[in-house]
Every structure is written in structure tokens, then in C-alpha cells.
Design a protein around this ligand. Structure first.
Ligand SMILES: Cc1cc2nc3c(=O)[nH]c(=O)nc-3n(C[C@H](O)[C@H](O)[C@H](O)COP(=O)(O)OP(=O)(O)OC[C@H]3O[C@@H](n4cnc5c(N)ncnc54)[C@H](O)[C@@H]3O)c2cc1C
Length: 436
């Protein structure tokens, strides 16, 4: 058995290996070769070859992951030829290499959309979104990938005899055999390679209204989120002072952070109720699609705005970047950050999907890597103590695999190890991620 029988491409050129040795994280791992399968039998052939040769296979989508999940030293399998979309009334069957942007265009023509919408926009793929259990600004109302994954076709190395968040394996969502496919969401290519998925889709709402709300303090804004989500908005997003000042717009000096609150149903009533419960000031209110899109473009580029002017002087890490707390405990992140600031003197920037309790806190320290690791350890311990998860949407990757045991404890972690062994007894599927 060899890779020569594969009908797609097998590439080992230097520049190809360099290209696939990075993604959107800070990590770099050079693979041995890249396989671009043409069809499912190529995928099966490649996995069989890898198993026999004891070499790893790591599926790759758009390479937009932030924690190094798609990097490894064996075979990288790029599924870009798997690009078919088949639309039905309330669901769509998609192959993993389909770019989110292409799917959006096809769905929009029929007045439909997919719920999860990572801020990276059109560039990620469906395979990668399932792999990381991706979400986004509207996941508050429309869920993460795990909520919209109706069925999945996977190439595995073994089929497990079991029936039953983006950290670890989501055993909590596999309570009966009908839901076994959900285990693949967030599994980062470590259990199998997705070759097709059936996803729930929604009608595009006829109207939307976006409120850009200014708050005098982060505490007020984070505290307000729990009341706001009772009104069933489609999005509640937080932007800190540093990030919003980089937007290039004028905001009053007294405003220290923003919430973007969007409603796409029952709008008049919801906005009226919002005015009653809001602790902030509505700075802008718009129902015009163009204006709404312009505001969201700013929010979606917050990774860029939050780090602007910081990187030259400091080093930043993607270890801490998408922890998630129960919404009612969100404001408790502030004393945690203050304590770490006193101890290690980092710069913290923060934005994110606060309607889901999901905050993109980014830590920037003067060039001292040791401190990043120490801060991460203490920060994660506090997140876990508060009942949260160390990763709400980007997954474990290289950055957080070593913290999975800390999140779940030894008993659950050993269940994860058993599950991994059942699916992948030779440990060839994206090794070193989730289970170390
Ligand atoms: C600027 C920016 C903003 C972002 N904003 C968000 C956000 O708002 N929300 C969010 O959730 N994420 C966000 N991300 C992270 C990232 O875009 C998502 O995780 C995305 O879903 C990854 O898709 P991808 O196709 O690039 O996957 P890749 O990075 O290529 O792969 C991700 C993981 O999926 C696995 N995988 C890929 N294809 C398959 C397959 N066919 N079968 C099995 N496993 C597979 C890989 O092995 C890897 O473990 C952002 C990233 C950037 C750079």
C-alpha cells in the first residue's frame, strides 16, 4: 500500500511544506507531505496508509484556526476538493472543503443562512468549523456548530462501541445513540475526517436593528448582559476601550466600552424593553442593512483593532483568548484580571461574544514567555473555579491541550483517552491535540 495509488495530489515540495507548516496561530510545524484527496476513497486510502506506516494524518480546512489545531508533523490532508453543496428546505448537505463564504452566497440566494459565523468571515471551511465547534456573533441565538450538526459522514480508523464546549470531547451532548455524530464537533480532526455534513439552516430575518450602546465601566456592561439576553437578541458583543478607540470613530470620553446588541425578531417591543433595562447609553441605533454591516465589519476585525500598536513592544499569546463563563458570572472576570495585572503587569485587551459569556481576553506582556504561561495557568484556574471553560469556540489545539485535564479532572480525561483509543487505536489522527 502506498500513496501512489491516490487519484488526488501528494505534494512534498519545499514551498508547499512551508505553506502548510503555519496556520493563523503563532505555531509552526513542518509536515512530511501534503495530500489533497480527490474523493472519499483517496481519504480512506491515505488513512489506511498512515495507520500502516505509523505516520499521523491531520485534516486541514482554511488554516484560520488560532491555536495550531491544523498543524502536525506527518501528513496534512487538505480537503479543498470536497466542495459540493446540496440544499434542501431546512438543511444543507455540505462537503468539508466548502468555504463559509461560498456557502453563504448559495444560501442567501434562497433566503437562508447558517447560524455559526466566525469573525474570520468567508475564509474558514465547514470541515474546520466542525473541527473546532466554531461559533460567532450570532451564536447567542443560532448556536455553535454542535447545535446545527444534524448528521456527519466521517472516515475513522476504527468505530467505537459507545453510545453516548470546544474543550475536550463533548460527551455531554451524546446522551443517546441518535446524537453520536455530535462527538465530532470540536474534535479537531482527532477522531475522524469529515467528508460530508448535514447542517441546519435558517431563514434570513426580514428586519434587524443594531444598537451600539456605550457604558461608563466594563463592570456595568458585563453585568447588564444577563438582563439583555432575556430579551432574546441575536447578538450581544462587548468591545473594550482600547479596541473601540482604534476603530477610528469618535466616542464620548466618559464611554469606557461598548455593547453591540442586535435584534432580528419582535424588534419594536425588544428595543422598548431594552431602553428600560439598559445601564448604558444608546449611541447609535440603525435598521439599515448597509450601516449594520459596517458596524459588524468593525466588530469582526476586533482581533486586529485589539492588538493594534501592541505587538511591536510586547509579545502576545493565543493560550488565553476565548474562555467562557456563565453569563451571570461574567463581571467576576474583572477582579481576576486586576489580580493578574498587579502580579505580572501585562496589558489585557478584551472583546467578544458576551451574550454567550465568551470573552476574547488577550494578554500582552513585555517579551517574557514564562510569564505568559504563568498567567495562563492562574487565569484558567480562576475560569474553572467560576464554572467556565478555558475555550468557548476555538478549541484546544497546541495552545490548550495541556490544560484539558485541569478543566475536566482525571476521571473525565481518562474517558476522553478511552474514546480516542476506540476511534483511533494507532493514534495517527492529529496526535497531540485534545489528548496529549
Ligand atoms: C481573525 C479571526 C477571527 C476568528 N473569529 C472566530 C469566531 O468569531 N468564532 C470562532 O469560532 N472562530 C473564530 N476564529 C477561528 C477560526 O476561524 C475557526 O476556528 C474556523 O472554524 C477554523 O476553520 P478552518 O477551515 O480555517 O479550519 P483549520 O484551521 O484548517 O482547522 C481547524 C481544525 O479543524 C480540523 N479539521 C479541518 N477540516 C476537517 C475535516 N474535514 N475533518 C475533521 N477535522 C477537520 C483540523 O484538523 C483542525 O483541528 C477566528 C480566526 C481568525 C483568524
Amino acid at each position: 500500500m502506498s500513496l501512489q495509488d491516490i487519484r488526488g495530489q501528494v505534494l512534498c515540495d519545499d514551498y508547499i511544506l512551508n505553506y502548510y507548516s503555519v496556520d493563523s496561530s503563532f505555531y509552526k510545524i513542518r509536515p512530511k507531505c501534503v495530500v489533497i484527496p480527490k474523493n472519499v476513497s483517496d481519504v480512506i486510502q491515505c488513512v489506511k496508509f498512515a495507520r500502516k506506516s505509523k505516520i499521523s494524518v491531520t485534516a486541514r480546512g482554511g488554516g484560520t484556526g488560532l491555536v495550531g489545531s491544523a498543524l502536525n508533523s506527518g501528513i496534512i490532508m487538505d480537503l479543498k476538493n470536497f466542495d459540493k453543496i446540496k440544499l434542501a428546505k431546512n438543511y444543507v448537505t455540505v462537503q468539508p472543503g466548502v468555504r463559509k463564504g461560498k456557502l453563504d452566497q448559495v444560501l442567501a440566494k434562497k433566503g437562508k443562512f447558517l447560524g455559526p459565523n466566525p469573525s474570520v468571515g468567508p475564509y474558514c471551511t465547514i470541515g474546520g468549523m466542525i473541527g473546532t465547534n466554531a461559533s460567532g456573533t450570532r451564536s447567542l441565538k443560532y448556536g455553535s456548530m454542535i447545535d446545527n450538526l444534524l448528521a456527519v459522514t466521517v472516515v475513522v480508523t476504527n468505530y467505537p462501541n459507545v453510545s453516548k464546549n470546544s474543550c475536550g470531547y463533548r460527551l455531554d451532548r451524546v446522551k443517546d445513540p441518535k446524537n453520536i455524530h455530535k462527538i465530532i464537533a470540536g474534535s479537531e480532526g482527532t477522531l475522524g475526517i469529515v467528508v460530508s455534513a448535514k447542517l441546519r439552516i435558517y431563514n434570513i430575518p426580514k428586519k434587524k436593528t443594531l444598537l451600539v450602546v456605550g457604558y461608563n465601566s466594563p463592570k456595568l456592561a458585563l453585568h447588564n448582559c444577563q438582563k439583555i439576553i432575556q430579551l432574546e437578541p441575536s447578538a450581544v458583543e462587548y468591545i473594550d476601550d482600547y479596541t473601540m478607540r482604534n476603530f477610528g470613530k469618535k466616542f464620548p470620553k466618559s464611554i469606557k466600552c461598548l455593547l453591540f446588541v442586535e435584534f432580528d425578531g419582535n424588534i419594536q417591543y425588544s428595543v422598548k424593553q431594552f431602553r428600560k433595562i439598559s445601564d448604558g447609553t444608546i449611541l447609535y441605533k440603525t435598521a439599515k442593512n448597509d450601516t449594520i454591516s459596517k458596524w459588524w465589519a468593525l466588530r469582526n476585525a476586533s482581533l486586529h483593532y485589539s492588538l493594534k500598536n501592541l505587538l511591536a513592544k510586547q509579545t502576545t499569546s493565543h493560550i488565553i483568548e476565548d474562555a467562557t463563563l456563565p453569563v451571570e458570572k461574567l463581571e467576576q472576570i474583572l477582579p481576576v484580571l486586576s489580580k493578574l495585572k498587579r502580579k505580572f503587569n501585562p496589558v489585557f485587551v478584551m472583546y467578544g461574544h458576551t451574550g454567550n459569556g465568551n470573552l476574547h481576553v488577550r494578554v500582552s506582556v513585555s517579551k517574557n514567555k514564562d510569564n505568559v504561561d504563568k498567567i495562563a495557568k492562574e487565569f484558567f484556574a480562576e475560569i474553572i473555579r467560576l464554572g467556565g471553560t478555558i475555550t468557548g469556540e476555538h478549541g484546544d489545539g497546541i495552545a490548550r491541550t495541556k490544560f484539558v485535564k485541569m478543566q475536566y479532572g482525571s476521571k473525565t480525561y481518562s474517558l476522553f483517552s478511552k474514546l480516542k483509543r476506540e476511534f483511533d487505536p494507532d493514534h495517527i489522527l492529529n496526535p497531540g491535540k485534545i489528548i496529549s
